[in-house]
Design a protein around this ligand. Sequence first.
Ligand SMILES: *Cc1c(COP(=O)(O)O)cnc(C)c1O
Length: 341
Amino acid sequence: MEKKKIDWANLGFDYQKTDYRFVANYKDGAWDEGAVITDDTITISECACVLQYAQTIFEGLKAYTTEDGHIVTFRPDLNASRMADSARRLEMPVFPEERFLEAVEKTVAANAAYVPPYGSGATLYIRPFMFGSNAVIGVKPADEYQFRIFTTPVGPYFKGGVKPLTIRISDFDRAAPCGTGNIKAGLNYAMSLYAIVDAHHQGFDENMYLDPKTRTKVEETGGANFLFVTKDNKVVTPKSDSILPSITRRSLVHVAKEYLGLKVEEREVLLDEVKDFAECGLCGTAAVISPVGKIVDHGKEICLPSGMNAMGPVTQKLYDTLTGIQMGRLPAPEGWIHVIQ
Ligand SMILES: *Cc1c(COP(=O)(O)O)cnc(C)c1O
């Protein structure tokens, strides 16, 4: 297979159409067989439930080339089960988990020419999503749905080196108590757009959201979970029912305990204790970990001792170990690396 002529090292995080996508439709209570197709457009009713009432969910994972030349995905079974959880919460039919895995496999295999080579730092981003497709005007779930997966090549996250982020405590909430913060739904992002644009206008990279009930505990950012390191090298990560369960964060917790022998605490994290941490990072599929250098609480600056030039030492070790596992340079726990045939 010949790779596409793409300047992998200089790709950004923008949508670029690839040749194939997977599509399956749900109608009369059942999913059809689905197929890999070339048409990248969708035609639906102007009154489709997704357009009127935001009945849509998604996932995000990536395919990449390992050191020994295999195209792989990382823990796709967790994306399948998380998407099933999201579907149940929005009254959507579950696309069966084994079929999800098969569809990811087929879509990536069909677009193998777009999977960046080992060492380029680029990856093929995979976006499974599902939406209510038939007309619904009285508020209720749709009866018909489309499940779809497209892929798009994306560039190295830390182009031109790692730059620790400056984030602010947000006065907006991303999730309601007992709401939908724990599922991957477009609606959680729609309501965060104002807050992120405002943060950027004020010169911040991201928002730190607090728990919506008491506004005293750290939750997450718009699209990544927090991971802190204490001055005595303990890894601490917030626990809350309104946080999206990041697969990267769960993997880093395992790496911290089992590969690095660190103590890990998954617990409520008070905003008041953030000033005492040594390191802070944001974890998600895109960057694995982006270091945070400064947290601003209404003009009051909390400067992490790891500074504004590099990752902190524990964050760096976590990053190196997880990316080493992903790229096949370090042995992976059973089931983490899924080879695309
Ligand atoms: C997707 C997402 C994350 C990161 O999850 P990963 O599985 O690690 O990519 C974190 N927070 C939110 C709100 C998300 O949507």
